[in-house]
Design a protein around this ligand. Structure first.
Ligand code: C6P
Length: 411
């Protein structure tokens, strides 16, 4: 069991004042802070090992290649992929989903086909599908979210009828970034698989917060970002089932992804190189490997428990504030480490600005979930999202600050 108070020492950024108050960082769903070991891994790589990978024959290039491919093996282990060739490094969740939509979609979708999404998708798991639908003639369909505050989660009762023979691919989020809902991904994948439908999971909000085992989940694709799991920005990955990846055309063309090029045609390497055109982001991948080690050192079951306990405490304390509308599951077992809420008479941007005056970092807005916000009759919410270094005392500071803000606006 980690000592959660000691963990704060691992994160240099936390030890500062903002507007004269100790920083309370509750914007972890947007990006998580980085432990010293990840920052040091990145600087050490640049100080000792930096050279382009897969191209050189000199010592530094070999060292950099080993570190980069070692990071791929580490990420594969982190998600329990069977084979490191199933891990493609990308810029993050957004690029990973665009890769599947463009490459798998181009090869497999046609007029009359349906892409199934859910109403709680982030724009990153929505717009790429709109783009490929427009190119191929496929159409989009959505699994509804239940409840006036989306507390009912996905409507699983209608899922089987939505998974009709025209549906070729089903893409859904593991954890909603604006509701905190943890979706039953194993069941969703099983129900799609029984009908031969390919599954894509947006793992942006789950990867750093709970154990993720792509083989136990039995998904076809799993997309995630390093910066939300204590890794650095600009790196993430797409897991893809080997048989599907082998049948997919390249996403982009360039150096590193070909086995042979002549003036008019080219042949491709297998995965992962086929999908990593150009110089890959090897330094940040190496730092991502260090983030995997750090999180496994804490224990992902323990992280999930810690975050969920904080979210349950926050939910309970926030519920005492007059007029507050709390979104997402009421059952703590279905909620991840974030709480999203709205006040009838105070705009989320005002709430966030007033929190900032007390050194508290929150996020306010539509959280890239515009269609679902509209369905709920909201322009946006305020969101507090927790990670390994957050404490119950910080929740008390948040609630006191919100009470002050409410008093200012509503008297
Ligand atoms: N959500 C948030 O504040 P990128 O930007 O590619 O690293 O991740 C995109 C993304 C995809 N899916 C989900 C569920 C997400 O939460 C995010 C990023 C941030 O909630 C920024 S909008």
């Amino acid at each position: 069991m980690p000592n959660w108070n000691d963990i704060r020492r691992d994160f240099p950024i936390l030890h500062q004042q903002v507007n004269g108050k100790p920083l309370v960082y509750l914007d972890n769903a947007a990006t998580a802070q980085k432990p010293r070991v990840v920052i040091d891994t990145l600087s050490r790589f640049y100080e000792r090992d930096n050279a382009n990978v897969h191209r050189g024959l000199h010592a530094l290039s070999n060292r950099a290649t080993d570190a980069f491919e070692g990071a791929r093996t580490r990420v594969a282990k982190f998600i329990n992929a069977a084979d490191s060739a199933e891990v493609i490094f990308t810029r993050g969740t957004t690029e990973s989903i665009n890769l599947v939509a463009a490459s798998w979609g181009e090869a497999n979708l046609k007029k009359g086909d349906v892409i199934l999404l859910t109403e709680m998708e982030h724009h990153s798991n929505l717009v790429p599908w709109q783009l490929i639908a427009a190119r191929t003639g496929a159409t989009l369909r959505y699994v509804p979210v239940l409840g006036a505050n989306a507390e009912g989660g996905l409507d699983l009762a209608v899922l089987d009828s939505l998974l009709s023979p025209e549906v070729k691919i089903f893409a859904f989020t593991h954890i909603s970034n604006s509701l905190g809902t943890i979706n039953p991904v194993v069941e969703l994948c099983a129900r799609a698989r029984a009908r031969g439908i390919v599954t894509v999971i947006d793992g942006a909000q789950s990867i750093g917060h709970m154990p993720v085992d792509v083989r136990a989940i039995d998904c076809d694709f799993f997309a995630f970002s390093g910066h939300k799991m204590a890794g650095v920005t600009g790196i993430g990955a797409l897991y893809g089932r080997r048989a599907l990846l082998d049948a997919m055309p390249p996403y982009q063309g360039g150096g590193g992804m070909i086995s042979n090029v002549d003036f008019f045609t080219s042949r491709w390497k297998p995965s992962p190189e086929r999908f990593e055109a150009g110089t890959p982001n090897f330094a940040d991948a190496v730092a991502l490997g260090a983030a995997c080690d750090y999180l496994d050192g804490l224990g992902r079951e323990q992280i999930a428990k810690h975050d969920a306990e904080l979210a349950a405490l926050a939910y309970q304390k926030l519920a005492t504030l007059p007029g507050i509308r709390l979104l997402g599951p009421t059952d703590p077992a279905l909620r991840s480490g974030l709480v999203s809420f709205a006040f009838p008479d105070v705009h989320a941007h005002d709430v966030v600005t007033f929190a900032d005056e007390d050194g508290i970092a929150l996020r306010g807005g539509h959280h890239c979930n515009q269609p679902m916000m509209r369905k709920l009759g909201l322009t946006g919410t305020t969101r507090a999202s927790f990670y390994v270094y957050n404490t119950p005392e910080e929740i008390d500071l948040l609630v006191a600050n919100l009470a002050k803000t409410l008093k200012f606006f509503t008297g």
